[in-house]
Design a protein around this ligand. Structure first.
Ligand code: UDX
Length: 444
């Protein structure tokens, strides 16, 4: 067996691009594959098609090392690779809560006919439980190498904004396998990650399980995180109704080691390309399997309500919304990314555009994506430009640049010193001290 097997990474979205680059950084020869020729030529030219801290530098370095290449050809992938990572997206299906697995189906059925010698296929995409079994059946039926193709299901837990670190230093590895032993090729493919953990004296738990448990490990993790956020947001509603403060409440809860302090930040809720669609996909799959999981409906509904109540609050603060100018600071679904998919901030901006005279938006990196999703808003080059003559300011993504903004600096520019802090990221006292009317989420 090769010490450093040749790897292919199929799908060059967030997950695949990061995985391909990081594996090349660890010393593997990697071929990235995507049917989108535009994306492939960008990557080949050294351009990461999205914003992710640290990734562009690593791409430049790994391309220059000659260890990383890109192609659109599934045949080339099959000829090159000993281990093939499936990293395509599984977005929400149009008109349904379920996940759309068509990209995964395409890549598997395109690759399989060229797999004419033994190889390992590693599924990393987030999929509805049961999909891995379909992938294995298809590989065995369509690949000339038949049963010599081994499948492992190995979900990926990386976060946007921390994608490089999460890939190089995962907090756990989950291997869904058939049979008793982890394939030696899988260990060889991850040796670089094991070695890094050993060199840094970090524990790297490896959970070896069956296909279904591995698939569910990912869906359950995201559903649990979403549930935690919706729980604290439901508590924020209760705090608003009772005069309590959800920020202090979260601190009181978080010190209980059984609960923990993370993912208890109340605000306008969760967004992005993963949590919302994964909650819905798990709900849909549970229903297909005849399992009641209404809890997830509530998680989703509570999350949606945070957005509508932020819009209602904004409109209630404006004397005449149709004549008002509103400024939005932060539009990505969280800091550290240019991603506006299912972004609560963008959603709120979209509603305000329909009701207000003008909506000006500033975001440190998300402007281009926001502009294509919401061309009707006005985009500015600085927070100060955005708040010019504003009747209301909304801080909706907790970028450092936004959390640390000086309220005194903004004050002379606005028409009304009113701010909604959608992420409880501003220092309420500091803003109030210089005359702002401050509205947090679940706090007074
Ligand atoms: C998530 C998972 O964390 C990751 O493990 C998985 O692989 C992909 O999905 P990501 O989408 O990058 O990662 O974002 P995450 O950091 O989980 O945040 C998701 C959303 O929850 C953001 O909109 C964030 O603002 C929101 N959030 C997070 C809260 O509203 N409150 C919190 O306390 C934490």
């Amino acid at each position: 067996m090769t010490t450093r097997p040749r790897l292919t990474v199929l799908g060059t979205g967030y997950l695949g691009t990061t995985h391909a680059i990081c594996m090349a950084e660890l010393g593997y020869d990697v071929l990235g594959v995507d049917c989108d020729a535009g994306k492939i030529s960008k990557l080949d030219g050294g351009e990461v098609p999205f914003y992710e801290p640290g990734l562009a530098e690593l791409l430049t370095r790994t391309l220059a090392s000659g260890r990383l290449r890109f192609t659109t050809s599934a045949r080339e992938a099959a000829e090159f690779g000993e281990v093939h990572f499936l990293c395509v997206g599984t977005p929400q299906k149009v008109g349904s809560l379920a996940a759309d697995t068509s990209y995964l189906q395409s890549i598997v059925t395109e690759l399989a006919p060229y797999l004419d010698r033994s190889a390992l296929v590693v599924g990393k995409s987030t999929v509805p439980v049961g999909t891995a079994q379909w992938v294995e059946n298809t590989l065995h039926a369509m690949a000339p190498a038949g049963q010599d193709i081994t499948l492992v299901w190995n979900p990926e837990f990386l976060r946007e904004g921390f994608a490089v670190n999460d890939t190089l230093r995962p907090d756990r590895l989950v291997y869904g396998i058939k049979g008793e032993t982890t394939p030696a090729l899988l260990d060889a493919a991850y040796q670089g990650i094991y070695d890094l953990a050993a060199a840094e004296q970090r524990e790297l738990p490896v959970i070896v399980t069956d296909f279904a448990t591995a698939e569910l490990a990912k869906s359950a993790a995201n559903a649990f995180l979403a549930t935690k956020i919706s729980f604290i947001n439901a508590m924020a509603e209760l705090c608003e109704a009772s005069g309590a403060d959800v920020v202090q409440l979260a601190r009181a809860l978080g010190h209980d080691a059984r609960i923990g302090p993370k993912f208890l930040r109340a605000g306008i809720g969760f967004g992005g390309g993963c949590l919302p669609k994964d909650v819905r996909a798990l709900r849909a799959r549970a229903e297909e399997l005849g399992v009641a999981f209404g809890l997830l409906d509530e998680v989703d509904a509570t999350n949606a309500r945070r957005r509508t109540s932020a819009v209602t609050l904004a409109l209630s603060l404006l004397d005449k919304p149709s004549e008002a100018k509103v400024a939005i600071l932060g539009v990505t679904f969280k800091p550290g990314t240019d991603d506006v998919r299912d972004s609560p901030a963008l959603d709120i901006a979209t509603h305000l555009v329909d009701h207000c005279a003008q909506v000006s938006i500033y975001d440190p990196v998300g402007m281009d994506n926001a502009r294509s999703a919401l061309p009707k808003a006005n985009y500015t080059l600085s927070p100060l430009d955005a708040v010019q003559d504003a009747d209301l300011v909304l801080a909706l993504t907790e970028w450092d640049e936004i959390s640390s903004i000086d309220p005194e600096l903004l004050a002379p520019a606005v028409k009304q010193k009113r701010v909604i802090d959608g992420r409880n990221c501003l220092d309420a006292r500091r803003w109030r001290n210089v005359g702002w009317q401050y509205h947090g989420m679940g706090r007074h």
